[in-house]
Design a protein around this ligand. Structure first.
Ligand code: PBG
Length: 340
């Protein structure tokens, strides 16, 4: 930047304030910027599918695959090398049943994959697991069903406790319950403590909305509900952040160590409200539909892909997220490292 031009005709006195002064060069902008993404705050969601010989690409999430156990290891190493802070694992079992038996089977796909990852990248990245039943049930709901086909909250809690223990035994370093059952954090905490896992943290998906933006995930995890939807247990987007605050407070009272808001981009107000309320780390999940939207628009040539990705993540960080789950974690971590 050269010395500023003077006497170019601008009258003294007006405008009196010139916020543009600090935007005049990239060096100035960098100096004053105060929302920064860090690779270590990013968590990569990963899918591992039982019984496939090759990774399965997902049409609705270009660039994301259902991994084999072996390709999962490779992708985990890449994420760790890029400096990503954590991985969150979703299992896609070969067999599903009404009670989601594969979810807590010691030989279930997630448990086996966790053990692989513990030996491959353990200590370098935090190994997290999504703790839910929808990937494992044949009906696709997040809990057990009553005879009349409703999700049975209290019966489901015992299943969640068993899954938490199975995941902990297999090497999970954090469990993240996402089923939105009332009392799930307390039930999981009690089950973990009873088996000696008193030090294992719970990051609770506390404020999770019934969202159209989970669409592509249902392909990825093969868990579209076979009837009905999740509006009976996930939150209604048409309620103010008060309800999120209440869910968060309940989870903290039950022993959550950190809380999550999900989805991210359409819920930045909720994220900000939660971040202003709690004194624990706050995570936000940039979900499958948020990913698909940007990828689709970029593929059509309608937006600048990388800028759009960085802008969404910056917005999520600015709204108060300490931890961001994003399918772009490895790519963005690399970009951040290269920009340094
Ligand atoms: C439930 C779960 C879902 C997602 C994460 N955990 C699906 C749902 O609630 O319907 C969605 C994540 C995404 O869309 O990226 N186990």
């Amino acid at each position: 930047m050269r010395a500023q031009a003077r006497g170019n005709g601008a009258g003294a006195g007006y405008p009196t304030a010139r916020p543009r002064r600090l935007r005049r060069s990239s060096a100035l902008r960098r100096l004053v910027s105060n929302v920064r993404l860090h690779p270590s705050d990013l968590v990569l969601p990963m899918f591992v599918k039982e019984g496939v010989a090759d990774p399965v690409p997902l049409a609705s999430m270009p660039g994301v695959v259902q991994h084999t156990r072996s390709s999962l290891r490779g992708a985990a190493v890449e994420a760790a090398e890029a400096g990503v802070g954590g991985l969150i694992l979703f299992g896609v079992p070969a067999e599903k049943d009404a009670r989601g038996s594969a979810a807590d089977d010691p030989d279930g796909i997630v448990q086996l994959a966790l053990a692989d990852l513990a030996s491959e990248v353990g200590g370098d990245v935090v190994l997290m697991t999504d703790l839910c039943l929808d990937e494992y049930t044949d009906h696709g709901h997040c809990g057990l069903l009553t005879d009349s086909g409703e999700v049975d909250n209290d019966a489901t809690l015992a299943r969640y406790g068993a899954i938490a223990v199975a995941q902990a035994r297999a090497g999970a370093e954090v469990v993240a319950p996402s089923g939105m059952m009332d009392g799930q954090v307390g039930a999981i905490r009690a089950a973990l403590d009873a088996e000696g896992f008193v030090d294992l943290p719970i990051i609770a998906y506390s404020a999770k909305y019934a969202s159209a933006f989970y669409g592509p995930f249902r392909e990825a995890a093969e868990c579209a509900p076979q009837f009905g939807d999740r509006t009976g247990y996930q939150q209604d987007p048409a309620r103010s952040a008060e309800e999120a605050r209440r869910e968060v407070a309940l989870d903290l009272a039950e022993g959550a160590d950190a809380v999550m808001v999900k989805p991210a981009l359409a819920y930045l107000d909720v994220l900000r409200a939660v971040a202003d309320t709690v004194d624990v780390p706050v995570a936000a999940y940039q979900v499958s539909g948020e990913y698909a939207m940007v990828e689709a628009a970029a593929a059509a040539g309608w937006i600048d892909r990388d800028r759009a990705i960085d802008e969404t993540l910056t917005a999520i960080s600015r709204a108060g997220a300490d931890i961001i789950l994003t399918y772009w974690a490895t790519e963005v971590a690399r970009r951040l490292a290269a920009a340094r």
